[in-house]
Design a protein around this ligand. Structure first.
Ligand SMILES: Nc1nc2c(ncn2[C@@H]2O[C@H](COP(=O)(O)OP(=O)(O)OP(=O)(O)O)[C@@H](O)[C@H]2O)c(=O)[nH]1
Ligand SMILES: [Mg+2]
Ligand SMILES: [Zn+2]
Length: 290
């Protein structure tokens, strides 16, 4: 019987496909596809043979993330704790730049609201909202704000991303309404020198799926793109026209972005992150932030 499905589990040596009818099967690749790579999030066609899904075709991917390895991602919930670990806006700005570059919608989740001073939470929430990111303050621990997240998830595949310890797995279990032991979801399989991650897409509602991912120490936008292109992925810079179209917003005359920072239209914290990505010394431009 021929069928269509989605790869909802992928590890180094096993995978699972869930069909449009919601049935899950262990999956294998038809011999002719053996050289092809298969990712969680891949849409596939094949045959159900016995209790196995034999994949005969992998649909072209609209995008592919490498860390975590997931294809066809529609949204990323970029999770940051406001405290414990301390909020790190440079890391957040790097992540947002990378997803912007990949053309994937980011939703900023400020977790551990229960530990934060309300002023601090407000400040960051306002800042990222003003750029145009949906920004939601939640407490996974106290189950506050969780339902609101669901309203902003659009499309079929969402992933949770963010540094270690910010509460991604706790949040996932709240979103799914099932108890998942912390540390159990993002299971790492060590194979010699290589560390491979098993990815599971969990069904949310109405055919949408969400994946937890293990946290990381740091992510730098410059691993993914040329630093001279970073300016294209700071959304709020887009509406300013500098004297030079290729202005790097550092030492050029007639820079409208710097003027906007001076006027307080672009947040100093964001501009500082940008300069750091550019490898530019902040001290030289510090005076433009009051
Ligand atoms: N106070 C407080 N603690 C929380 C909240 N959410 C999660 N935690 C705690 O933070 C710790 C880390 O949570 P995890 O869900 O494991 O974090 P993670 O982002 O999945 O971490 P990695 O899997 O290492 O990337 C746990 O001890 C949680 O109980 C919250 O909203 N408030
Ligand atoms: Mg986790
Ligand atoms: Zn400029």
């Amino acid at each position: 019987m021929s069928a269509k499905g989605l790869v909802t589990y992928r590890s180094a040596n096993a995978s699972k496909v869930t069909t449009e009818e919601g049935q899950s099967y262990p999956a294998i690749l038809r011999k002719k596809l053996k050289k092809h790579k298969l990712y969680a999030g891949d849409r596939v066609e094949g045959e159900i043979v016995g209790d196995q899904f034999v994949i005969e075709k992998i649909e072209p991917r609209k995008n592919l993330l490498t860390r975590p390895p997931v294809a066809n991602v529609d949204n990323v919930l970029v999770v940051m704790a406001i405290k414990d670990p301390d909020f790190d806006n440079f890391l957040l700005d790097n992540l947002l730049t990378v997803y912007e570059y990949k053309g994937i919608e980011s939703i900023v989740i400020l977790n551990k609201a229960d530990l934060a001073k309300p002023e601090e939470l407000e400040k960051w929430q306002e800042l990222y909202r003003s750029i145009g990111y949906e920004t939601i303050a939640v407490s996974a621990k106290n189950e506050e704000g969780i339902e609101r997240i669901k309203n902003y998830i659009q499309g079929d595949i969402t992933i949770l991303a963010g540094p270690s310890g910010v509460g991604k797995s706790t949040l996932l279990s709240r979103l799914l309404g099932i108890p998942i032991k912390t540390g159990e979801v993002s299971q790492k399989l060590k194979r010699g020198r290589h560390t491979t991650t098993a990815i599971t897409l969990y069904p949310l509602d109405h055919g949408s799926y969400i994946a937890d991912t293990p946290g990381f120490g740091k992510v730098e936008a410059t691993y993914f793109m040329d630093k001279k292109d970073a300016r294209l992925y700071f959304k709020e810079f887009g509406k300013y026209r500098c004297k030079y179209p290729d202005c790097t917003h550092t030492n050029e005359p007639g820079c409208e972005v710097k003027e906007a920072v001076k006027r307080g239209e672009i947040a100093c914290e964001r501009f500082k992150s940008y300069l750091k990505i550019m490898g530019y010394y902040w001290d030289e431009l510090e005076h433009i932030c009051s």
